[in-house]
Design a protein around this ligand. Structure first.
Ligand code: SF4
Length: 268
């Protein structure tokens, strides 16, 4: 974990969430070998076939994390339509848009499923707010990363506890950083195979699928929001801006992430 998280991370660095897998999991090298094989296989498969293949190969312990972006909604649709049993989890930071909670409810109703919610540890939120203030993330990058750590990164460790594979909605064209993710890699932080079944989809492909299949998506997309995260840290984008320009828009640089997708490495 990065040293820049130290002010709040220290409460968790020796917690059970960081050593839960060490003895019981296959070695990272074994995980990397399986990831490399899956990455090779995925290139020739459709998105639903990738998910089916993953489920056949890995079996139990596959987790999709969703922030209710259109990509994750497509994956949820495919899982439901093809009856592929994968655990669907969301990290509720407590700072989401009302529209996102509505979409969460609509998605469960549409597909007849329950999405497992993981919440931040309340003691950590209390410490964070006491130190930085309720909207302290605007004051410095350190404070912003601390908030993302408490509300997203640490809860992700609990979401992936015991998992063998982690499915995400990451696409290669979302940002320069994500362009290197590939279909399947290894998240060495959580010691899981990380799977991006829509890695080679364009944004247009995603929205065409959504339209053709009536997949529910966030109503904020109609108001110019391209990538949607926590409400205080997301704005609508202007025409021509990069897809993720509305996330943490007050920070300089084009490599802005909350930390969820920074542990990924391509198969070796
Ligand atoms: S996106 Fe903003 S509100 Fe959400 S966890 Fe990160 S800093 Fe906190």
């Amino acid at each position: 974990m990065s040293a820049m998280y130290t002010d709040t991370q220290s409460e968790f660095s020796s917690s059970d969430t960081h050593h839960f897998v060490a003895e019981s999991r296959t070695s990272v090298d074994d995980v990397a070998a399986r990831a490399a094989q899956l990455d090779h296989d995925f290139g020739a498969l459709s998105a639903p076939a990738r998910l089916r293949h993953l489920q056949r190969e890995i079996g139990q312990g596959i987790v999709l994390t969703t922030g209710f972006g259109p990509e994750s909604q497509v994956i949820v649709h495919l899982l439901a339509k093809h009856d592929i049993p994968i655990d669907i989890v969301t990290l509720d930071t407590g700072r989401l848009f009302p529209e996102t909670y509505k979409l969460w409810e609509d998605t469960e109703r549409r597909y007849g499923l329950r999405i497992r919610a993981i919440y931040p540890r309340h003691e950590a939120v209390e410490t964070l707010v006491e130190k930085h203030g309720v909207n302290g993330f605007y004051a410095s990058k350190e404070a912003r990363l601390s908030c993302c750590y408490v509300r997203k990164v640490e809860p992700l460790s609990r979401a992936l506890a015991g998992a063998n594979a982690w499915v995400t909605g990451v696409r290669g064209t979302q940002s320069a950083r994500r362009a290197t993710a590939g279909f399947v890699g290894v998240d060495r932080e959580h010691k899981v195979i990380k799977v991006n079944p829509l890695f080679d989809w364009s944004r247009d492909q995603v929205f065409e699928f959504v339209r053709k299949n009536g997949v529910p998506i966030n109503s904020l997309h109609d108001k110019g929001f391209a990538s949607i995260g926590c409400a205080p840290c997301t704005r609508a984008t202007r025409p021509g801006e990069p897809e993720r320009a509305g996330r943490w828009w007050w920070e300089a640089g084009d490599k802005k992430e909350c930390g969820l997708h920074l542990g990924h490495e391509r198969p070796v």
